[in-house]
Design a protein around this ligand. Structure first.
Ligand code: IMP
Ligand code: MG
Length: 335
């Protein structure tokens, strides 16, 4: 069994969907598995020139790959079924490719209504937190117990270990949210209710020795949506928000913006054991020719794109792993 994992190194919205989509095109995965979160996620994917925003469904469906919503996830049935219909309408045969693990949990309408009243954290109001709370309080409802989900339910154990259909299983794990929102490693309580690191992917039933690559995805600047104050004082952040279209894919809320925080990036890269790191949205800063980042409390300004690229690659090789592969990408290379 081989598994590649896509993780977000910041606060979500770093372009995991784009990287996962590109990896599906280049590899021969048998499965794509979403490993955490619920419909709080919004993954923007450009497929054959068309824009798709998915919340629950992994991007394997765009390539005819079996796509599983794993046991680490929570599912809102109506949202899931609606997303399935929308993909079908757009010509993506999602119904025959999408499956939900027996032991994934449900987000009920009660969870959604309760989360809708949140003002403290600035949640997406999709019921994520209450659903995970009930899972851990042992009063949740599992996906296998919803009659409407029956056609999609599969056992992860059978699928990965007792399935003669596959000679070799090759998995792409697609994460949701990001390191800064992780319930343990993020800025608690301004976090989501699931784990957003590679550890979370392994909880879906795959042994650690299966891991081949861990793709850490970041942006060259940072964004965050939620109740805490995050945005830096620079006026340029208004411009970055417009050029980068930094509005929530799930809620439409404007994302707060700041320069990249290298200390957090280093921590996320170390803890996730990244073998590859991709910095997205280079084209947004390129148009402004403004390149800054924080190293500890110090704000560094770089003259040119190549300067910040060299600095980041060098620091990650020196301080994290000399074999790490660091890449920089603009949205112009949309798929
Ligand atoms: P919840 O996950 O809806 O409970 O929200 C908790 C925090 O995570 C809030 O600050 C949300 O804005 C943030 N959040 C949750 N999902 C995403 C996402 O997919 N992208 C970015 N932020 C997210
Ligand atoms: Mg998103």
């Amino acid at each position: 069994m081989i598994a590649d994992i896509v993780v977000d190194l910041q606060y979500g919205d770093c372009g995991k969907g784009k990287i996962a989509h590109a990896l599906c095109r280049e590899n021969s995965y048998t499965h794509v598995i979403r490993y955490n979160g619920g419909c709080n996620a919004g993954h923007t994917i450009y497929h054959e020139g068309k824009k798709f925003v998915t919340h629950h469904i992994p991007c394997g469906v765009f390539f005819g790959i079996k796509s599983i919503i794993g046991p680490g996830c929570v599912v809102h049935t109506d949202t899931f079924l609606k997303e399935l219909e929308e993909l079908e309408k757009a010509g993506i045969p999602a119904k025959k490719l999408v499956h939900i693990a027996t032991n994934a949990h449900l987000i009920t309408d009660f969870h959604k209504a309760e989360d809708g009243k949140d003002e403290k954290i600035g949640t997406t109001k999709k019921g994520n937190g209450p659903a995970y709370r009930d899972k851990y309080a042992r009063r949740g409802v599992r996906a296998k117990d919803d009659p409407r989900l029956q056609p999609y339910i599969i056992s992860m154990y059978h699928e990965l270990y007792e399935n003669e259909e596959y000679n070799e299983i090759e998995i792409l794990f697609e994460g949701a949210q990001g390191f800064g929102l992780d319930v343990d490693w993020g800025d608690y309580p301004y976090v989501t209710s699931s784990h957003c690191t590679v550890g979370s992917a392994l909880l879906n039933g795959v042994p650690p020795k299966a891991i081949r690559d861990v793709w850490g995805v970041a942006k060259i600047y940072e964004t965050y949506v939620g109740a805490k104050n995050f945005e830096g004082p620079d006026e340029i952040f208004d411009t970055i928000r417009e050029i980068g279209q930094e509005y929530g894919a799930t809620t439409g809320r404007p994302r707060q913006i700041n320069w990249l925080d290298f200390d957090m990036l280093k921590m996320a890269t170390r803890i996730n054991g990244c073998t590859k790191v991709v910095f997205n949205k280079m084209d947004v800063l390129e148009g402004l020719n403004s390149w800054c980042l924080y190293d500890g409390p110090n704000l560094y300004q770089f003259e040119e794109k190549t300067d910040i690229e060299t600095w980041l690659s060098g620091k990650l090789e020196l301080e994290v792993d000399e074999d790490i592969e660091v890449m920089f990408s603009g949205d112009k290379e949309r798929i």
